[in-house]
Design a protein around this ligand. Structure first.
Ligand code: UT7
Length: 329
């Protein structure tokens, strides 16, 4: 008996959006100096590779950034919002406690009825959302999905903590993922380890009409760094194994854009030259769930990533969460 379900999902188009307000390291350092916080362009570049980040205006939410990225992805895919039958937004900085940012995106795109929900896996969020969309398409529950990573991390930064506030920025990236008889997404793998909840978190919560606890980001950078380098190699090898492919078959590694040194470490372990790694962390800092689709779209629009290329997308972040998606573009 032949299955009526599609064998694969494939990326039909990509898009991204960065809010216009761009702060170089020097500009941010000057703003922080006015608060008595000392940092420098030299420290930030040397330790992270970040040169600038974008901050959204106060009245702009993750849904707005996500919609802008989604419109680009729809155009690149040659379809309209009404062709979409599933919307998933990966975000840890939703516009509201509820409804979901995905429901707000749906409303702003002017389409109604299709399922729309958020995935919360912090910096691994896009890899989680892509995996869920791929599974739903292959199960026959959707044919064309909008998968978005969108964040306004500037809202949860403690600008009195130089160890974190220089690292993050705002932005969004999106893909249209559609049913296909040819690959497409080849293999995926997701992980979480709740033992490490405390090393990267925003511990506050809303209760009785008030924010209780600390609503700003806390990170043990060194602990995150150490875990990240280990799990990113492990999950890449595992996904390659599932697909029966070798690391040398990867045309482009598109890792979470948090720190150039983590990306260099992962590439070294996989014996990939840095020329095969898409790096955009210098331009926008760590945009959490938005960073992988931002880097992907940048690689596509700059002409480096071509149709047929094999891509390894890798996320890692709070939870502790991590995962990878291997796909033929
Ligand atoms: O998105 C989820 C994934 N997140 C990540 O992947 C982040 C992973 N971690 C990292 O990227 C790095 O650990 C950081 C970039 C956060 C920190 O780099 P590091 O090389 O681990 O620096 P460190 O924490 O060991 O700090 C070294 C020094 C310290 O001074 P002392 O104690 O040596 O005198 C810090 O106080 O650098 C100091 N420092 C700074 N100096 C200037 C920390 N932040 C700053 C700063 N400017 N912004």
């Amino acid at each position: 008996m032949t299955s009526t379900f599609p064998r694969y999902s494939r990326i039909a188009g990509t898009g991204s959006y960065l809010p216009p307000r761009r702060l170089s390291n020097a500009e941010l350092a000057a703003e922080l100096a006015a608060r008595g916080i000392e940092t420098s362009d030299e420290w930030i570049v040397e330790r992270t590779g970040i040169r600038a980040r974008h901050f959204a205006a106060p009245d702009v939410g993750s849904s707005d950034l996500g919609v802008a990225a989604a419109r680009q992805a729809l155009e690149a895919a040659g379809c309209s919002a009404s062709d979409i039958d599933l919307i998933i937004v990966a975000t840890s900085t939703p516009d509201m406690v509820f409804p979901s940012t995905a429901a707000l995106v749906q409303q702003k795109l002017g389409v109604h009825g299709c399922p729309a929900f958020d995935v919360q896996a912090v910096c691994s969020g896009f890899v989680y959302a892509l995996t869920v969309a791929d599974s739903m398409i292959r199960a026959g529950s959707a044919r064309r999905a909008l998968v978005i990573g969108a964040e306004v991390f500037s809202r949860i930064l403690d600008f009195n903590d130089r160890t974190t506030c220089v690292l993050f920025g705002d932005g969004a990236g999106a893909v249209v993922l559609e049913a296909s008889e040819t690959p497409g997404v080849v293999a995926t793998e997701l992980h979480a380890d709740g033992r490490h909840v405390g090393i990267l978190c925003v511990p506050g919560h809303v209760s009785g009409g008030q924010v209780l606890g600390d609503p700003l980001l806390k990170m043990d950078g060194q602990a995150v760094f150490k875990l990240a380098v280990g799990v990113l190699e492990e999950v890449a090898r595992s996904v390659l194994g599932k697909a029966g492919r070798g690391a040398e078959e990867i045309d482009w590694l598109i890792p979470h854009q948090a720190n150039i040194r983590i990306m260099q470490g992962t590439a070294r372990k996989l014996k990939l030259p840095m020329g095969k790694v898409i790096v955009t962390v210098d331009q926008h800092g760590n945009t959490s769930a938005a960073s992988i689709p931002l880097a992907l779209d940048h690689g596509v629009r700059s002409g480096r990533i071509a149709r047929g290329d094999t891509l390894m997308l890798e996320g890692v972040g709070g939870g502790f969460t991590w995962g990878a998606v291997l796909l033929d573009f």
